[in-house]
Design a protein around this ligand. Sequence first.
Ligand SMILES: NC(=O)c1ccc[n+]([C@@H]2O[C@H](COP(=O)([O-])OP(=O)(O)OC[C@H]3O[C@@H](n4cnc5c(N)ncnc54)[C@H](O)[C@@H]3O)[C@@H](O)[C@H]2O)c1
Length: 443
Amino acid sequence: MAATPSPKSIQPAEGTLGILTVGLGAVATTFIAGVELSRRGMSKPFGSLTQMATIRLGKRTDERSPLIKEFVSLTELKDIVFGAWDPVPDNAYEAALHCGVLEKHEHIFPIKTFLEGIRPMPAAFEQTYVKRLVGKNVMTARTKRQMAEQLRTDIRNFKAQHGCSRLVMVWCASTEIFIVPGPTHATMAAFDAAMDANDPSIAPSMLYAYAAIMEGIPFANGAPNLSCDIPCLLQLAKEKGVPISGKDFKTGQTMLKTVLGPMFKARMLGVAGWYSTNILGNRDGEVLDDPESFKTKEESKLGVLETIFQPKQFPELYGNMYHKVRINYYPPRGDNKEGWDNIDIFGWCGYPMQIKVDFLCRDSILAAPLVLDLALFSDLAQRAGLSGIQEWLSFYYKSPQTAEGLYPEHDLFIQLTKLKNTLRWMKGEDQITHLGIEYYVES
Ligand SMILES: NC(=O)c1ccc[n+]([C@@H]2O[C@H](COP(=O)([O-])OP(=O)(O)OC[C@H]3O[C@@H](n4cnc5c(N)ncnc54)[C@H](O)[C@@H]3O)[C@@H](O)[C@H]2O)c1
């Protein structure tokens, strides 16, 4: 197959980039505050590839490894402005204090005025889709069509008020109830009719994705709800030339799974069982305590191992694996989640072994740099003329969106290779295949 030609040109990242977050909760406020603290030299953007990582170019002997942000044109932190929607009326300062992720004396009080300036727009919200939340700051629009139109107006107003050259939207809002793609999601005609009819199969997350795509704004989905992962919106994104990606930020336990799982598979070690449980006490944990929202998350978390282990192809190793995932709401821990994994593996002659992982992580500290990277890379994708699903961003997701009929790639390091090779491809650089035979062949 002939190689796909690289983009002819990438528009420079000039002017202001507006990052619109759906939701102004723990992840969004930690992200916004972290960017501001970095801009002021008060912290470092640890965890962010766009800010800290390098990319190797050419042969190992060439010693060319620029920073990614210098290799491709990315928006600088100083050129970012923020906007958000949330059914909770708190501004970013109040929300950050409430979420309790960042230390208030060191990381919130010094940027109080800046955070107070970010006030959430009234949300397209219905409690049916997030049972544990009561929304006070919601749109007055009555139908789903009106909500979608209001979101489009909000986007245009924000762009004009802040003098933005470009915008991106990242879903950082609560996980909605489980919805299966159906006939109303199949075509834009059906979706349009369903919006007009206020059909329950159209969730608010789909309205945000629709509004973003219609306004030509890249959309990244940090939660497991369908949102832009329905056929009509995939088609619309292609038609409108808009990059989209999802679903569900890959931060803690699943990130570990997508490192450990490929290790067992690489060594042909069997897995008899994998039991994962979590305790967390933030609002996300409270929302996920509702069985309908948990079901959406569970699907996202369970799918990973099935794809990595390919039990049909390796029935003796993985055919009987018992996989269980639990999330328990436990308020005393706040945003500091504890994730336990017990993994029962077996090796040579069937001898069993166990691995125990106890990850005392901080959910939003892990997620915030992902929001930044997804926003900056989605903007890059648009400036490079890419549209539709951006599979190269699967590095950031638990359930990567892929083209129909394509299984997702979950292995974290294959995802990283895919991401970096896409950047090389964009810039017309050679792909790194890791063959390396050229170093051993006499020329
Ligand atoms: N933190 C992580 O490590 C991580 C990892 C993967 C996915 N996620 C997902 O990211 C999302 C955000 O997590 P969080 O910890 O910030 O949760 P959070 O509860 O602190 O914040 C979510 C915010 O979204 C708002 N919201 C709900 N419905 C909305 C709507 N229709 N429009 C606008 N705003 C809406 C809520 O009022 C809340 O303020 C969740 O869906 C979570 O499952 C988080």
